[in-house]
Design a protein around this ligand. Sequence first.
Ligand code: 5RP
Length: 225
Amino acid sequence: MDQDTLKKLVGQRAVEHIEPLLGSDSIVGVGTGSTANCFIDSLAEIRDRFDGAVASSEATAARLKGHGIPVYDLNNVAELRVYVDGADESNLQLQLIKGGGGALTREKIVASVAREFVCIVDESKLVDVLGAFPLPVEVIPMARSAVARKLVGLGGQPFYREGFTTDNGNVILDVHDLHILDPCRLEDEINAITGVVTQGLFAKRPADLLLVGRANGAVDEIRAP
Ligand code: 5RP
């Protein structure tokens, strides 16, 4: 099976997983990216089974609305039963690199309020050690160079994502050459740099369940250890 088919498969499987958890007043947190889009398209098929969604990006909000799914402001929502999103990399501890699509900050916020975080990936995203995918860091624009120097001090090679502005009006540095052996520590170190809004390591709040689409059409379910 090709990668696009696997994305549809895990999107559909995520809907099957969450459907029994939802009630008519449930709100679903929804991620961003091509895999999350597959999830949204499958979620639309059960849109009478839940109340609405909170979106992690403007693009996701538009796609949800296009399917007739009500989109709520997180400030008006007390609880998210579940958050479903893709990832750029996952290790077997379900620690992730996210933010390839630049939505990392809102993704991290929505994930932080969800009772369960279900991550959906095809098997190309599974790694032993995080860091082959460049780590996205969202930065306040005036701090771009200052933050980049600090990231070099942490052993990375930051590259400015030219021509890209996040939904929050900030810029992204993609940090190459990181071999992330202690993801929680690096998450703390980068968060402590003044000017960093957030970064794409989801290590301190990893996924709870990883659905991995395999080339043979199977979907593996991996739970957080
Ligand atoms: C967006 C993300 C995405 O989840 C991540 O980039 C994976 O995207 P895709 O499903 O298109 O491969 O973190 O900010």
